[in-house]
Design a protein around this ligand. Sequence first.
Ligand code: GUN
Ligand code: FE
Length: 424
Amino acid sequence: MENQDSFVLHGNLIYTSDRNKFISLKDGYMVVEKGTITSVSAEKPAMADNLPVKDCQGKLIMPGFADMHLHAPQYIQIGMGMDYKLLDWLDGYTFQEEPKFADPDYARKIYPLFVDEMTACGTTSSAIFATIHPESTDILCDILAQKGVRAYVGKVNMDTNSAPALTEETAESLKATEDFIQKWQNHPLVRPIITPRFVPSVTAEMMTGLGQFAEKYQVPVQSHLSENPGEIELVKKLFPQDQYYMSVYDRFGLFGQTPTLMAHCIHLSDAEIAIMADKGVYAVHCPASNLNLASGLMPMRKMLNAGVKVVLGSDIGAGHTLYMPHEIVRAIEVSKIRSIENPEETPLKLSEAFYLATKAGGEFFGQTGSFEIGWSADFLITDVPEYQQERSVDEQLQNFIYHGTAQDIQEVYVQGRPVKNTRK
Ligand code: GUN
Ligand code: FE
């Protein structure tokens, strides 16, 4: 049945079409035709009569998660070096690990493990940093494409201030990036994204070339912004003529000229927050990473109130989990910590954090992350314990987000096709 990508789901449906509230249907019906949602209703609609019914009564059906910032090669270093802050952690760990992906066989060994775990955690859309290595980056894309999940993947660019094994020759790096864009730009699920690591790792010449590719191929951009005070000082020293850290990206056409994801965005002035909102640049909040590297507490409420588009990311390996429900909880916890000292910054509600991890992130890819007519059938089916069956669907979801695990996720679908069936 699942291979036909047209069927009716019957179970406890829950999603957020706006961030202020959950929409839930106990024993509801969702019709999927050719991978697209065509109906969501409390009663079985007539249009469902000729379609097979997938009986998920007693289970939760929710949109798949969007992990909007993570580093695939850092899967192997999760939890290591967490006594460091950003710049020492990069030098001490990451820049020692990422050179290993110069060997395609190493990528063939590690990347399938990463992709399996990410999808088992219910992530159906992701924005991924690979490494500088073109061959390994292609291998990662192939694995994601075979798995059938959505992803933006970046071949990372680094041509200065990096470990020797991670320092590219500028022209060669640009050529490899253009080849990568051309190879993947028309894939239905796995797409290229321009990925300068962060301002300190790229020269003006590199950023000039990358900005030109963004425009020429109309591809999105991802990078890091204002994560750590030492990093911000370094950017000031390297580009003293630019008013803000973000002004550097902007000057080279890498800040909202095409859809742009900026990870962290912790230490921003009100003026910088206003620029992000104005340019429609996404801030990717990575709460686990920000706590692990003691980077700071991102002012989520302030950003949302200013109209910035905010989404969530695991940022492994600075973050330590690929399981987005835990990032949802951590985002709420960080907002509550901020609200203690800043009462005007009201804490995030669960519906808001869930929305950030589903629809807000999903929209970067198109129509995914919510259960609306015409949207892609990208969803999870999770087990609900016997002792929670009498609860409301909203309570079941609350319990799953705070107390569930990846083992509770029984099935994962993208475009109406199964990504993973653990308990068949
Ligand atoms: N800034 C530049 N590179 C990285 C990275 O790999 N992880 C994090 N958290 N920040 C970065
Ligand atoms: Fe990162």
